[in-house]
Design a protein around this ligand. Structure first.
Ligand SMILES: [Cu+2]
Length: 127
């Protein structure tokens, strides 16, 4: 992946690739931060197995607030094994659904589980 992070925030940030095995320079573990107005170039090969990973900011003391305000996302890694499994389960057209509600984030494939998230029961809605 080659990604340029441009920090348009008024505070330092850095992106961490949660679950991906990357070298220290590209990990975004917080040992290096991108100052406001500056950028940082990531360049690494994804070596992990197929699956769902995510990225989020990792500046010490600011991780939670930046993540809460929406600086996160999913990374879907596909490989031959993943494609074979999806084909065997007839999931070839499945998409992931992400719902961010306050401090709670839900991820589910679209289907019955996705429909349940879009129409939560009163118990789920009140927590
Ligand atoms: Cu993480």
């Amino acid at each position: 992946m080659r990604i340029r992070l441009r920090n348009a925030l008024a505070e330092p940030t850095i992106a961490h690739w949660h679950g991906l095995t990357v070298d220290t320079r590209n990990d975004g573990n917080g040992s290096f931060l991108v100052p406001p107005g500056e950028s940082y170039d990531y360049d690494f090969e994804v070596r992990n197995r197929g699956g769902m990973y995510w990225y989020h900011p990792h500046p010490h003391g600011r991780t939670a607030s930046q993540t809460y305000r929406g600086l996160y996302g999913l990374i879907m890694v596909e490989d031959d094994e993943e494609r074979a499994l999806r084909a065997a389960l007839d999931l070839s057209r499945a998409k992931a659904l992400v719902v961010h509600a306050g401090s709670r984030t839900f991820v589910a494939p679209i289907g019955d589980a996705g429909a349940a998230l879009l129409n939560p029961s009163p118990k789920e809605d009140s927590t």
